[in-house]
Write a protein that binds this ligand. Structure first.
Ligand code: NAD
Ligand code: TYD
Length: 329
């Protein structure tokens, strides 16, 4: 099978390509990535030598290029996006362009060639849950996005669904929770904190720090996408979540400080993010019951592994760090 992966030079895409070529060595992957600030070929150094892997630098907004690449593809797995909420607050336009128009461009090409389309989306499309409640997002939760990022991802989800309903395009969608693990850009919460601490800085906690995300180890996410690509039902959405169980940002910071042998005085409380969603939690019963998937990497253990990875791979993140911090000035 020939898979066109978009956004494969990003965090999850690069982990997915490495995972897929290992688990499905007979398949061929073409990685279409624009190499924005978030795309990094250094994340795929070990994969480059694989004869079943090809990289094409280009944009999902380029309909002609997308049309050419879809000619030889058997399916599309779509990761490419503007993905950082803070950047979407500073400059929403790129989010509308890439996440909505870019997805539309890919869907048009998929429709002409009639090939299956898998869309990677986020639990953030569902908005915010109440702190302290036991409610979780399910496949039936109404959409209520609160940031330009989540609104643009919601728009893309709706387009994917509509192409299935209207044109009969074979599609699947996964809405996953916050990923963590190797090759995540140092502008995101966990890598920002680890890399700041390595450099003698402090952890920046937004607001009161009592914000809750559902943390999914990136390898578990790759396995979930595999389960959906292999056995998922045409037209269906599957939610994917992790094992972190309602841990606050502040408690994650305390865990990282403990892992790194540092104390709480390394925490700085900074201005809150506008429109900051209080709590996300994902009910992954459907993908478990229908496709036999469940997360396997415990949050505590793989947080430690992630700290180790950033300590041992400073040449990977150092060139990105300055750019990451420039948005916070
Ligand atoms: P990322 O920002 O690390 O990577 C995005 C990649 O897309 C980069 O390589 C970038 O160069 C590429 N890209 C951007 N615009 C492009 C364009 N116009 N054409 C081609 N390539 C382009 O993002 P990520 O964290 O790996 O997220 C991947 C997907 O998963 C996104 O769709 C995101 O919305 C979704 N998601 C991420 C998380 C998370 O925790 N990281 C959680 C839920 C959903
Ligand atoms: P982030 O990694 O940006 O992911 P998302 O906004 O998509 O959930 O942020 C995760 C959480 O951490 C979110 O509640 C915002 C918070 N946060 C901080 O407290 N400090 C930081 O420096 C960053 C980047 C995020």
């Amino acid at each position: 099978m020939n898979i066109l992966v978009t956004g494969g030079a990003g965090f999850i895409g690069s982990n997915f390509i490495r995972y897929w070529l290992t688990e499905h060595p007979q398949d061929v992957i073409t990685n279409l990535d624009a190499l924005t600030y978030a795309g990094n070929l250094a994340s795929l150094k070990d994969v480059e030598v694989n004869p079943n892997y090809e990289f094409i630098q280009g944009s999902i907004l380029d309909a002609e290029l997308v049309g050419q690449l879809v000619e030889t593809a058997d399916r599309i797995v779509h990761f490419a996006a503007e993905s950082h909420v803070d950047r979407s607050i500073l400059g929403p336009e790129a989010f509308v362009e890439t996440n909505i128009r870019g997805t539309f461009t890919l869907l048009e090409a998929a429709r002409k060639k009639k090939i299956p389309f898998h869309h990677i989306s986020t639990d953030e499309v569902f908005g915010s849950l109440e702190l302290g409640s036991s409610a979780k997002f399910t496949e039936h939760t109404p959409y209520q996005p609160n940031s330009p990022y989540s609104a643009s991802k919601a728009g893309s989800d709706h387009l994917v669904r509509a192409y299935h309903e209207t044109y009969g395009l074979p599609v699947t969608i996964t809405n996953c929770s916050n990923n963590f693990g190797p090759y995540q850009h140092p502008e995101k919460f966990i890598p920002r904190m680890i890399t700041d601490l390595i450099d003698g800085g402090t952890v920046k906690i937004y607001g009161d720090g009592l914000y809750v995300r559902d943390w999914l180890y990136v390898q578990d996410h790759c396995r979930a996408i595999d389960a959906v690509l292999t056995n998922g039902k045409n037209g269906e959405t599957y939610l994917v979540g992790g094992m972190s169980q309602d841990i606050s940002n502040k408690d994650i910071a305390l865990k990282v400080l403990e892992i790194m042998g540092m104390s709480e005085d390394k925490i700085t409380y900074v201005a809150d993010r506008p429109g900051h969603d209080r709590r996300y939690a994902v009910d992954w019963t459907k993908i478990h019951d229908e496709l036999g998937w469940q997360p396997e990497h415990s949050f505590e253990e793989w947080l430690k592994e992630t700290v180790e990875w950033y300590k041992n791979n400073q040449s990977w993140w150092r060139p990105l760090k300055e750019k990451a911090e420039s948005i916070y000035k």
